[in-house]
Design a protein around this ligand. Structure first.
Ligand code: MLT
Ligand code: ZN
Length: 471
């Protein structure tokens, strides 16, 4: 934006919302410039601290009138640049709208504001005997609005599905500042297009969420967590195929989580002081839930399937404290692996589960061919792999880019997909055409245009940065 336009924007917002909700100046706005991805932070011209829907309506009306970009923002834990205000303008901070408006145990739903921290939602519904399954690993920090924007997943997605499967309806404000309710509160409903499903995962490019109606399920009575010790990632991946796909001994099984960590990850955990069993080269975390009898049986089945597939051992967490420590180790992966190099990209590609063993072989070959350090962990149960590329010297970047491109080509050749939970954002926009036809990208651009005719909502995301929708 030009300096004059930015000044006009700031003064119009301050007049409408009051000075306390409008942050101006580098010191105050720099905390709203970046996220957890490799995307360079970009300072917004102004930050709005929304505390209710009226603030969002006023902000969007002003921005629309002035043609100013608006980037909605939750906790900034995203991994694809989704909330980075790459075109400047307004960073619209939603964390001040964090109320739980309603939990209805009989209808098994909750209505919450977008700034609510996910772990707080988990605790509140579980106190009522209910369960909200999506559990991205940033759950102690990330907020519902961001989860909805990115259609977040997490380890439990294997059994329970992702955020979209739990959003019944949304209260949103359009780019022009019109409040709308889309969706429903009922179990079933097929009226009109499924606009709710479209908005979930639209990365803040179509509308701004101001409240979410979420479907809940009954909290499982019992949970058990197992740790499978494997000599290497290849054996662990073959075990995943046997567990989920079945063998001559029995049908496929559905533990609620099935997470894998390769040799580099296990070594990094040891370096961090986590006492990992010496027999483990690679690890699987397997978690089952249900009633007490189901859990006993599932532990038995899953454990013996892992042993048959070559696990050196399968250990069961003995109590909540041990379970907690196991998940703490897993949830810290992103941070632990960040220490391994000066720069890192964490991808979240998805491949068919039957291809996982061949996939890790291809990752190894790409790493060797381009001399780029790579490690792999992630949600093996649903084929969603966090391949991380690590490098120290900026001069290595061209090789990293080639390795990344080759990785994406390999994934598409396996009929996989570029992103399973982090979104396209800015990080993968240039690769969108590897997976989608120009006709499909064009159709999505037209959808974007009809929601946001002036192209002010989160510009520079999803689509390659040319033409309408770019800065
Ligand atoms: C995870 O599964 O840990 C998160 O999706 C973040 C990541 O490591 O890329
Ligand atoms: Zn993940």
């Amino acid at each position: 934006m030009s300096a004059v336009d930015a000044d006009r924007l700031r003064s119009s917002l301050a007049r409408a919302l009051g000075d306390s909700k409008v942050l101006v100046g580098e010191d105050l706005v720099h905390g709203y410039a970046g996220d957890e991805s490799e995307q360079e932070p970009v300072l917004p011209d102004v930050v709005v601290l929304a505390s209710d829907r009226d603030d969002v309506v006023a902000t969007l009306r002003i921005a629309s009138e002035l043609g100013a970009p608006v980037t909605p923002r939750g906790a900034g834990t995203g991994k694809s640049g989704g909330c980075v205000p790459v075109c400047g303008g307004v960073a619209l901070a939603m964390v001040g709208m964090a109320q739980i408006k309603e939990i209805d145990p009989k209808e098994q739903l909750a209505v919450v504001e977008p700034g609510l921290v996910l772990a707080e939602l988990h605790a509140a519904v579980e106190a009522e005997g209910l369960f909200y399954p999506p559990d991205p690993n940033s759950l102690k920090m990330c907020v519902l609005g961001g989860n909805i924007a990115e259609n977040a997943g997490g380890p439990r997605a294997f059994k329970y599905g992702v955020t979209r499967d739990y959003v019944l309806g949304l209260e949103v404000v359009t780019a022009e500042g019109t409040p709308l309710f889309v969706g429903r509160r009922t179990k079933k409903g097929v009226t009109g297009y499924d606009v709710t499903a479209l908005l979930v995962g639209s990365e803040g490019t179509l509308a701004v969420t101001t409240a979410c109606t979420l479907r809940l399920v009954r909290k499982p009575d019992a949970v058990a967590t197992l740790l499978g010790l494997f000599a290497n990632i290849d054996t662990a991946m073959r075990a995943v195929a046997d567990i989920v796909g079945g063998t001559t001994k029995g049908r496929g099984l559905v533990p609620r989580c099935l997470e894998v960590m390769d040799e580099t990850c296990v070594a990094a955990l040891r370096d961090e002081g986590f006492g990992v069993d010496a027999r483990a080269g690679a690890l699987l975390i397997l978690e089952v839930d249900g009633d007490a009898i189901e859990v006993e049986r599932a532990m038995e089945e899953v454990g013996s399937r892992a042993i048959d597939a070559g696990a050196a051992d399968v250990l069961a967490a003995q109590d909540e404290a041990q379970r907690g420590r196991l998940w703490d180790a897993r949830r810290q992966f992103s941070l632990v692996t960040r220490k391994l190099a000066r720069s890192k990209i964490s991808e979240d590609v998805v491949v068919p589960r039957t291809m996982l063993a061949s996939f890790v072989g291809q990752v190894r070959a790409i790493s060797e061919r381009h001399q780029v350090r790579m490690l792999t962990y992630g949600h093996a149960g649903d084929g969603n792999m966090h391949v991380n590329l690590l490098w120290d010297d900026p001069a290595d970047e061209p090789r990293v880019e080639l390795a990344l491109l080759e990785l994406f080509h390999a994934v598409i050749a396996m009929r996989g997909t570029l992103t399973g939970e982090h979104g396209i954002g800015t990080s993968k926009a240039q690769y969108l055409a590897l997976e989608q036809s120009s006709e499909l990208i064009g159709l999505q651009r037209r959808i974007k245009d009809s929601f946001d005719p002036k192209g002010i909502l989160n510009p520079g995301k999803i689509f390659p940065r040319t033409g309408h929708g770019s800065c």
